[in-house]
Design a protein around this ligand. Structure first.
Ligand code: ADP
Ligand code: MG
Length: 749
């Protein structure tokens, strides 16, 4: 051995022994995790449920009877709160919050960057050297915020940075606890100085109003007692939960929420041994803790279970009125993250944190419920209620058919693109699954079996009598098609294509808006037939039949994952947008603008601004990913590979120093060395090319052009780099590999 080789070996031994490698540090800190004890505040959940919410019960306790009744009227009839009432509420809210330990208050809102925002103000003010606690009507109703760093899509110039938040009466205030600190949070909407909406909530609230009007009008055909219709939403939140040490040892997870590199583990989800299995003890403690915090905030979590991929889980609440359900989902995402740090876990909400295994979604279960307590998407037990059911059922189908492209756009994001159309995730082609029984019913309707079947009062003795033919169970769990992006599941539709990290406001806003539009159209046509002399039920059935026939292309009962469906969908003229830049264009279409304008959901400008924001957001995410990937390759992957390359060089040189070595002993080593060296060079070349592509992208003026450049040029380059790195990961000595591997992140419990 020459002196140089000796020295090199020595350095390597020192390196491996003393230089910490983040991966091995993570593995050892993971192994030493102490158990976290979780204690219920009380044995019964109902004892502390909604303890931190200024809900009906709390209001009754602290408001005068008169003020309470006035507020209820304002909430129910969507009226304005007058000054005196606002003063009374602010004062009562302050007393309630301070008694609960809150020192600060904040307007809590949902800007278009996908997070929730808050700026805390203290109740405490000092006057003439003396301190008092104050919370005025002004502070409750409206606040000015410096919104210059929230996205506005050009609606607000930076010099006119003022944004305003305004109290949303339809969602109750709550107290958020962070460590020892408690803050009163007031749900608000967020808008610009000139009145344009800058958040997710305002269009949602408007869409709920528009839907309420349209659906209540249609309900009058069936029941004049119905005065209000609400959309209900039950989301199912999927997520990955991994040890925080593994998370912090991977710059990609920290900065982008997903692994940009990483070879698939030899074993992951092939055996289905995680799905619905026993929940690992440490995870169980986390879930209980997270649920306790959720209950205090009035979030009615109902289910918890393992999901398909290793380390993947799901929780779901009971459904609620859609606006509240959206707030609760956003709130839960915060709670999940906060509680996870206490347990030394990290929650990954990204749709595709690990390639090669299932991604995470947020199924949105949507239905319509009346103030008389009826679920309008629940098949009835009499011909009349069945006609009502069919009315809403078919109109939803028609709405999806009319705006399938917009529905696709509503769930478009870079992270969801990674998930859709792969590993048990729904495809990007929208279609509706009804189940075989309802498919038969729809076929009967199409064939006009109801004709000549009128009774004396002009009502139809509907032969589509659903309940007499089938047991109720058919509508529940049996008939399911898990491949469909939009499936009818007994008494609600389940929009499965929504991503786990998304604010579900946007997809729900769009479902509400398109259904409202369709119901208005439906009612206009039915009224016309009635005017022309048709009995009401006949008119309804005629229009339903026509609507159904016109919407048939959207109905699909088969395997949505199959190649044949892609071809079939194309024949049917359904859109197929695999990428976000392509999907988002529909936001600028005349049809979309018209929908939003007519339903008074968004103005043209607001709609265009959202397009700009989503497009910009798309490029920015890929830009960050590409930078992080570049750094990881240059600073971690290449150096590790060079170290291994050196080892191989030494090994080969050492063998050659022996007097006689067979070629077949040397040749495979040389081939391996060649493979590693080539990989290193390729990584160097491609990283440089990727950087140049980024520079080119940054010079582009138009957001659309930039998004397309990131989508079609930079993403494929990132994939190429990943493929090389993952291949190197399978060949480089395990000890030298700097990043926690898939098996270590996902399979260690
Ligand atoms: P899956 O089999 O898809 O996991 P579940 O039947 O457990 O689903 O789905 C239940 C979800 O549907 C829950 O989130 C629940 O709140 C929601 N859900 C049930 N009924 C309604 C409804 N009428 N409106 C909206 N969501 C509903
Ligand atoms: Mg589901």
């Amino acid at each position: 051995m020459t002196f140089r080789t000796f020295l090199r070996n020595l350095i390597q031994i020192i390196n491996l022994t003393f230089m910490p490698n983040a991966r091995f540090e993570a593995l050892s800190s993971f192994a030493a995790r102490p158990k976290v004890k979780v204690e219920m505040p009380s044995p019964k959940i109902s004892d502390f449920f909604a303890d931190s919410v200024f809900n009906d019960k709390a209001m009754k306790e602290v408001l005068s009877k008169d003020a309470y009744n006035k507020l209820q009227r304002c909430i129910e009839e969507e009226e304005k709160v007058d000054r005196d009432l606002a003063d009374a509420i602010a004062s009562a809210m302050k007393t309630w919050a301070i008694n609960k330990g809150a020192t600060h208050y904040t307007h809590w809102f949902q800007p278009l960057n996908g997070t929730t925002a808050e700026k805390h103000d203290s109740f405490f003010i000092a006057i003439d050297g003396k301190g008092i606690e104050e919370f005025s009507a002004n502070s409750l109703i409206q606040q000015e915020t410096d919104g210059s760093s929230f996205p506005s899509g050009g609606l607000r110039a930076t010099f006119e940075a003022r944004g305003y938040t305004a109290w949303d009466l339809s969602s109750p205030a709550f107290i958020m606890t962070v460590g020892e600190g408690k803050t009163l949070c007031i749900p608000t909407i967020y808008f610009s100085y000139t009145g344009e909406t800058l958040d997710y909530k305002s269009p949602l609230i408007r869409s709920l109003q528009s839907l309420n009007k349209a659906a209540t009008d249609v309900c009058q055909y069936f029941d004049r007692n119905i005065k209000k219709v609400n959309a209900t939403l039950g989301w199912e939140q999927e997520y990955f939960l991994i040890d925080s040490a593994m998370y912090y040892a991977r710059p990609d997870l920290v900065m982008t929420g997903r692994t940009l590199l990483g070879k698939r583990s030899a074993k992951d989800q092939q055996l289905d041994d995680h799905y619905f299995g026993a929940i690992p003890e440490r995870v169980y403690a986390y879930m209980r803790d997270m649920e306790i915090e959720a209950y205090k905030l009035g979030i009615p979590i109902h289910t918890r279970h393992n999901e398909v991929a290793p380390s993947q889980f799901e929780c779901a609440p009971m459904f609620e009125e859609a606006n509240l359900a959206v707030d609760h989902n956003q709130l839960l995402l915060d709670v999940m993250d906060r509680v996870s740090s206490k347990h030394k876990f990290k929650v990954l909400l990204h749709e595709k944190p690990f390639s090669g295994v299932n991604g995470s979604g947020k199924h949105c279960n949507w239905s319509l419920s009346t103030d008389t307590g009826i679920n309008l998407l629940s098949p009835g037990s009499t011909p009349r209620t069945n006609l009502r059911f069919l009315t809403f059922f078919i109109n939803v189908i028609a709405a999806v058919n009319n705006h399938e492209e917009l529905l696709r756009a509503s769930i478009a994001s870079h992270s969801n693109d990674m998930r859709l159309s792969a590993h048990e995730a729904p495809p990007v082609i929208m279609s509706v699954f009804t189940g075989s029984f309802l498919k038969d019913v729809l076929e009967l309707l199409e064939k006009e079996v109801y004709e000549g079947n009128l009774n004396k009062s002009g009502e139809i003795g509907l032969r589509l009598d659903l309940h007499n033919k089938v047991p109720v169970v058919v509508f529940d769990n049996t008939d399911r098609n898990r491949t469909s992006p939009f499936a009818f599941t007994g008494n609600k539709f389940e929009f499965r294509a929504v991503g786990s990290s998304a604010n579900c406001s946007l997809p729900v806003t769009i479902i509400n808006s398109i259904v409202a539009e369709q119901l208005v159209k439906f009612k206009t046509e039915v009224d016309l037939h009635i005017k022309e002399g048709d009995y009401k039920d006949v008119a309804i059935l005629k229009v339903l039949r026509k609507t159904l026939i016109a919407s048939k292309r959207i109905l699909f009962e088969g395997d949505n994952y199959s190649e044949s469906w892609v071809k079939e969908a194309k024949k049917r003229g359904l859109s197929n947008h695999p990428t976000t830049p392509s999907a988002l264009k529909t936001f600028k279409s005349k049809k979309t603008m018209q929908l939003f304008e007519e339903q008074k959901i968004m103005s043209r400008e607001e709609c265009a601004a959202r397009f700009e924001i989503m497009t910009h957001d798309y490029s920015t995410h890929i830009q960050i990913e590409s930078r992080v990937l570049g750094e990881m390759v240059s600073n971690q992957i290449i150096p590790a590979c060079i170290e291994y390359e050196n080892k191989l060089i030494q090994s080969i040189a050492g063998l050659k120093e022996l007097s006689k070595v067979d070629d077949d002993i040397l040749a495979p080593r040389i081939a391996l060395l060649h493979h590693i060296s080539k990989g290193i060079s390729d990584l160097m070349i491609l990283s440089k090319e990727m950087r140049e592509l980024r520079i080119l992208g940054n010079q582009m003026k138009s957001e659309t052009e930039k998004a397309e450049h990131y989508c079609y040029k930079i993403l494929p380059m990132m994939q190429k780099i990943r493929a090389i790195s993952d291949e190197l990961e399978s060949n480089v000595e395990d000890k030298l590999w700097p990043l926690p591997k898939y098996r270590e992140i996902m399979l260690t419990k």
